[in-house]
Design a protein around this ligand. Sequence first.
Ligand code: GLN
Length: 248
Amino acid sequence: MTTIRVGHLYPEYLNIYADRGNIAVLTRRAALRGHDLVVEGVSIGDALEPGSHDLLYVGGGQDREQELISADLAGRADAIRDAVDGGAALLAVCGGYQLLGRGYRERSGELLRGIGLFPHETVAGERRMIGDVLLDCAWAGRTVAGFENHAGRTRLDPGAEPLGRVVAGFGNDGESGHEGCRVGRAVGTYLHGPLLPRNPWLGDWLLAQALGHATGGDAQELEPLDDDLEAAAHDVSARRARERGGRF
Ligand code: GLN
């Protein structure tokens, strides 16, 4: 039994579409393998002790919530980048994903400074990108299905690794064919919904990395679970994306 320590950043601000459901999936899937997930909320003004988390999680939020937390988050830039450099896993969704890049320019022109973990920049466009999404994650030999709703267009730097290639839907910016970003054991994505119930392989990938951090070694193999229901949910989502995924 290993205790996996999770730092949940700004849980009361960034939880659009019940993004905290991703934590519920991680907790359950860890427990089914005999591991204990301990979740600590880290919000405005709270200490973030170096090395104290195996996995960091940040959900999505609208511009207003992003404005409320962005100064505090910017003050944690070194701590979060050091955590990922040190092998901690990280999952960031939508509004959180945007602010873990270099910054997000709102429609008003205001720039919310990010922390520069992900090599990208985001600028709000006029039309929101809303709809079901399907991704091909060739690096894992898997697909990811989900739902997106964002005004921000995120441009990855040349050579940056996306989470996946867009099969259907908008993705980062509606034109590059990229969705999300990966750096080390960190994954950022626009997919809400939450993401992990219908893409449990990604939850297991994150848990495997977090276990590696917790035990001071490589990512750990996890025994497979019976994921029939999850696979059915994924397939419904994937079909919806193929039939009516967003496009301009
Ligand atoms: N405010 C951001 C956007 O609209 C993020 C929205 C979200 O988290 N759904 O681009």
